[in-house]
Design a protein around this ligand. Structure first.
Ligand SMILES: [Zn+2]
Length: 173
């Protein structure tokens, strides 16, 4: 079990364009680290549904998602379609230690092409909570943080205030 240090906002590694994953001998270690680290985060923070490889220091295009209805690795994911319909969500990130939340706009539905850890190809449509989660995680692979998506800098809240006022309305991280 390896819990990797989380790369925090301000670290230039979060701003790099991640490289495509190649299925080689080293890949299983990275996938295990992603799973172990997200599991630990969920325990410590009491929240969190996904993690991207650049957040634990791997400059690779891989994401791990663990939600009640869906658990998978998404390797080399690509958003190939976005619905014109959008919605607002309160978002945060382990790379911000979930200390503050930002209200941003995401596409209601997206279509994602990816390969899973068994090298099975997928082309799936995701909506609502899964849509905004995957937009967040795939943004990490392009060096984009959820806070970059703030169109109004007033739409920011410390975690305590978000818990008190918005947790019931927002989807969180
Ligand atoms: Zn994040």
């Amino acid at each position: 079990m390896v819990i990797r240090d989380t790369v925090l906002l301000g670290d230039p590694r979060l701003r790099e364009i991640a490289e495509p994953v190649i299925f080689d001998k080293k890949l299983p270690q990275m996938l295990e680290d992603l799973k172990d680290t997200l599991t630990e985060h969920q325990r410590v923070y009491g929240m969190g549904r996904g993690i991207a490889a650049p957040q634990i220091g791997y400059n690779k295009r891989a994401v791990y998602v663990n939600t009640p209805g869906y658990t998978s690795y998404l390797i080399n994911p690509e958003i190939v379609w976005r619905s014109p319909d959008t919605f607002e969500v309160w978002d945060s990130c382990f790379s911000m230690e979930a200390k503050f939340f930002v209200k941003i706009t995401r596409n209601r539905s997206i279509k994602v092409k990816y390969v899973d850890s068994e090298q099975v190809f997928h082309n799936e449509t995701f909506s609502d909570g899964m849509s905004e989660l995957l937009q967040h995680e795939i943004d990490h692979l392009d060096g984009i943080m959820c806070s970059d998506r703030l169109s109004d800098p007033r739409n920011i809240a410390m975690r305590q205030e978000w818990e008190k006022r918005y947790r019931s309305t927002g989807l969180g991280m």
